[in-house]
Design a protein around this ligand. Structure first.
Ligand SMILES: [Ca+2]
Length: 116
């Protein structure tokens, strides 16, 4: 019986030391990708593309994942991964360059921007 108490007491002391508080760690990591290489048919195609890209809501250009690990009352850890700005650019290129030839034509840019 005394041996059991000897093991439980340190655990209880740790819990008592932590008290009602909880050790919480939070970390946000930005992961970006390399920017897609793309060319524009002409200056107008590039201008339309970049103007449309700049008007897009930020939520369309980002992805987020969130991992939470917790041991109730004692410990919790949150790890968030967000994508960087190149992800949004690459996503826009994939949407705009409909035939995927790494060349955005004025027509593709106009269709993508909705300014036909
Ligand atoms: Ca194209």
């Amino acid at each position: 019986m005394a041996a059991v108490n000897a093991k439980i007491v340190p655990v209880l002391l740790v819990i008592a030391t932590l008290g009602p508080g909880c050790i919480h760690t939070s970390q946000t990591e930005v992961r970006d990708e390399s920017r897609s290489v793309v060319e524009f048919e002409n200056e107008t195609a590039g201008r339309i593309f970049y103007e449309t890209l700049s008007k897009r809501p930020a939520r369309l250009n980002r992805e987020e994942s969130n991992t939470k690990v917790s041991l109730p009352i004692i410990f919790s850890n949150e790890h968030k991964v967000v994508t960087g700005p190149n992800h949004g650019f690459n996503q826009a290129v994939r949407e705009c360059d409909t035939n995927h030839d790494a060349r955005i034509t004025e027509s593709e840019a106009r269709i993508w921007s909705g300014t036909r």
